[in-house]
Ligand binder design. Sequence first.
Ligand code: OGA
Ligand code: NI
Length: 361
Amino acid sequence: MFNSALVSDPSDGTSKRFSVPIVQELASQNLRNLPQRYIRSEKERPNAFPLHHLDIPIIDMDMFWGDSDLCRQKELEKLGMACQEWGFFQAVNHGIPVSLTERMKGIVREFIQLPLEERLKYKKQEREGYGQSFVATDDQILDWADTIHLATLPPEKRKMSFWPTQPADFRETVDQYAAETQKLGNTVLRLLSENVGLKPDCFINACGKMGQMMRMNYYPPCPRPDLVLGISPHSDGNGLTVLLQDDEIVGLQICKDGEWVPVQPIPGALVINIGDMLEVISNGIYKSIEHRAVTSIDRDRISIAMFYGPSKETEVGPVPELIDELHPCRYRRFIREEYMRRFSSDKLDGKKNIEFVKIKS
Ligand code: OGA
Ligand code: NI
């Protein structure tokens, strides 16, 4: 039942190994009492505060490909506002075939149905593989989720030993989806650049050589969803995330003005959000927003996040064109790897990672 997560300690560069259960196996045991390690403190629990019922903005990507300049301009403004005020939006008519998004969820479903032994052939080591993400200490509270975490782009960064060979089309499907989400990511980055008066390729250039990571999240049913979180509050540490989520089960919640807002799934839509790197590159115009996922008592949930952004060698900082007397530089420059090291070895904890590059006024 146990999976060892190998985690490197940022302070001294050594590696430690922690034993972390595969949650799916725990969930299948019909436990009457949850193991202590999953139980959140009162103030972290899903219902600690009332939820806010708002809807995150919906952006119709067709408007950017159509003939009407007026419609395009209106949708661009809406997109800009969404990324400034919400840091999140749902993209509809995004151009990625529904057959491909459905198959992506299908390969996760088929993978988790494989015998445990088969799944553990890909068990997590350091950042990649199957198991729990973000385990930093052997006493931290754990998330109620298993993940498959893989580097997807550029293709030469792929560690194929972590890529399942079952289902048979796993690799080919992820390869196609990685390319499609990269294209969509570039489109959004160009629009966001244009929206703040920059040349369309400005943000893409500021990202340097780009890379993409994928995290497939599997949230098993939980006998006490009121006590656990599927994924701890965090902001994403990359440029832009494209999240494909279950069509029915509400799990994702985003923090809007201090309150948690559930993201209602729209079948066929993709949830897109700003990560820390784009917040920095845009000098804080676009916001990387804290979010988390909750679980359900009788239904499992699958989501697939594609994280796109500067690769580890890139020096990241606000684009100079966005800095002037009225808009002083708000973040220091840093090498992405420095940031990533903190992000992947630490447990998830809200937005504290970005604090580390903020220039205090
Ligand atoms: C993530 C994430 C949310 C979800 O993987 O970074 O925020 O709904 N996932 O699974
Ligand atoms: Ni996230």
